[in-house]
Design a protein around this ligand. Structure first.
Ligand SMILES: *Cc1c(COP(=O)(O)O)cnc(C)c1O
Length: 394
C-alpha cells in the first residue's frame, strides 16, 4: 500500500487564547468602529498601526479592510488616473491587476523569471516603452527579486514603487523589510496570509503626504488626529477638503486579534521556514524537478512551496497533479487552461489588454505550488515530499 497524506492544506492554526480574549473584550465594549473609543482609549486599530509601523520600521501605518483595498488606496494616493499605464507582474494574484483596473488604469504586464520574480530586463524595457510612473511590484509566492537592482531601475526611470507584500510580511532583502524599499508597502491579513483576521490589510510609508491622503481616503471623517502612526495634523490641512472618502477602514475586532499575532510573527516565520526546509530537503536532487534558487540576501517566509517539472507537457502535468491529489497532496498548477479556485495568469484577466508574455507562460506551464499551513509538522512536509518524489517516476 502506498502512503497517503491525510492533512488539510487550507487548515490554519486556531486563533490564540490571547487573541480570543482581546476580541471578547472588544465585543463586550460594543465599540467596534475604530473611532468609537472611550476617552483616553487609543483603540485597537490605532495600536495595531503603531505596532506594525514599529515592526517594519516605517514612520506611518494605516490598517484597512483588505489587501486589495490597500493596493487601490496606494494607487489613488499616487493620483493614478484613468487610462494611465501601471506596470505590474504578469504572474500575481487577481487583486493586483484588479486594483489597477478598478481605477480605470491600464495594467502593463512585466515578464517573470524561473525563480518567480519580476524580470528586470523586461521591466527596463516596459518602463521605457510604456512611460509608466508607477510599478505595482508583487512579491508573488514570497519570492523577492534583487531589490537593490530593482530600485536602481526605478530611480533611472522615475518609477514610484508600490510593493504588494501579501506573501512577504516578515521577509526582508539585505536586511531591509519587504515593503520598505518602495514608496508604499501593502500587506494582507486575509486568512491565507501570515497573520489572520479573515479579511484585512495594512499599508506603510515614510511619506507624510501620501500617509495623510491614504488615511483620508480610507474614511477618517476628520478624526485623523486620533491616529498614532500618522503625520502631524498640519499635513492634513492642505488635503482634507480635496481627498474623497473611499471607505475601507479596519474595525477594532480584527485589530484586536491581529495584535497578538503580530507579536508571534517572528516565531511563526521560523516554523514556516522549517517546513519549507523539510520540503526542500525532500525534493533536492529529485529527477526532473527544478527548485527555486534563493539569494543569500533574501530572508523569506516559506508559507508556500513551489517547484517546476521542466519538459513535461500539459497532459503529463495534469496527470501528475491528479496522481498526487489521489494520495492527498493538493498541488496548484499554474499552467492549467482554465483557472480553478484562484486566478494568477495574465490571460485570465481579460479586462486588461491582451499582452504576449512568452517567458512567463513557459514558466507557469510546469509550475506547481503547495501551501504549508502551520498545522503541518516537519514530518508532514517530509511525507508530502516523499509522495511527490514517488509520483515523479510515473
Ligand atoms: C491575497 C493577495 C492580495 C490581497 O488580497 P486580499 O484578499 O484583498 O487581502 C494581493 N496580492 C497577492 C499576491 C495576494 O496573494
Amino acid at each position: 500500500m502506498s502512503e497517503r497524506f491525510e492533512g488539510n492544506f487550507t487548515q490554519q492554526e486556531p486563533i490564540s487564547e490571547d487573541a480570543i480574549a482581546a476580541a471578547v473584550a472588544v465585543l463586550r465594549s460594543g465599540r467596534l468602529h475604530r473611532y468609537n473609543t472611550a476617552s483616553n482609549e487609543p483603540g485597537e486599530v490605532a495600536l495595531l498601526e503603531q505596532e506594525f509601523a514599529a515592526f517594519t520600521g516605517a514612520k506611518y501605518c494605516l490598517a484597512v479592510a483588505s489587501g486589495g483595498y490597500a493596493l487601490g488606496c496606494a494607487l489613488r494616493a499616487l493620483d493614478v488616473a484613468p487610462n494611465e499605464p501601471v506596470l505590474t507582474n504578469a504572474f500575481t494574484l487577481a487583486p493586483v491587476p484588479g486594483a489597477i483596473a478598478a481605477l480605470g488604469a491600464r495594467p502593463v504586464f512585466v515578464e517573470g523569471t524561473e525563480n518567480l520574480t519580476i524580470d528586470l530586463d523586461d521591466l527596463t524595457a516596459k518602463a521605457k516603452a510604456s512611460g509608466a510612473r508607477v510599478l505595482m511590484l508583487s512579491h508573488m509566492r514570497g519570492h523577492l527579486c534583487d531589490m537593490d537592482a530593482l530600485m536602481e531601475i526605478a530611480r533611472a526611470h522615475d518609477l514610484r514603487v508600490i510593493e504588494d507584500c501579501a506573501h512577504t510580511m516578515g521577509a526582508s532583502w539585505a536586511g531591509v523589510p519587504s515593503g520598505r524599499h518602495g514608496v508604499i508597502g501593502c500587506y494582507s491579513t486575509q486568512t491565507y496570509k501570515h497573520i489572520n483576521s479573515g479579511e484585512g490589510g495594512l499599508i506603510v510609508t515614510d511619506d507624510p503626504e501620501l500617509a495623510a491622503r491614504m488615511i483620508l481616503l480610507s474614511g477618517s471623517y476628520m478624526m485623523y488626529p486620533r491616529h498614532l502612526a500618522a503625520p502631524a495634523p498640519e499635513v492634513f490641512e492642505a488635503l482634507k477638503y480635496d481627498t474623497p472618502n473611499v471607505s475601507g477602514r479596519m474595525d477594532s475586532l480584527r485589530a484586536a486579534i491581529l495584535r497578538p499575532q503580530l507579536a508571534e510573527l517572528p516565531e511563526r516565520v521560523a516554523r514556516w521556514n522549517r517546513l519549507y526546509g523539510a520540503m526542500e530537503a525532500g525534493l533536492t536532487g529529485a529527477p526532473g524537478v527544478a527548485l527555486s534558487e534563493r539569494s543569500q540576501a533574501e530572508h523569506y517566509v516559506g508559507s508556500s512551496f513551489q517547484f517546476r517539472l521542466p519538459g513535461r507537457d500539459g497532459e503529463r502535468m495534469a496527470d501528475f497533479v491528479a496522481r498526487c491529489a489521489a494520495r492527498g497532496v493538493e498541488l496548484k498548477w499554474f499552467g492549467a487552461d482554465e483557472p480553478a479556485g484562484f486566478t494568477s495568469r495574465h490571460d485570465s484577466w481579460r479586462y486588461a489588454e491582451a499582452q504576449a508574455m512568452p517567458k512567463t507562460d513557459a514558466v507557469l506551464a510546469t509550475l506547481l505550488d503547495l501551501r504549508l499551513p502551520l498545522t503541518f509538522s516537519e514530518s508532514d512536509a517530509a511525507q508530502i515530499a516523499r509522495i511527490i518524489r514517488d509520483e515523479l517516476s510515473g
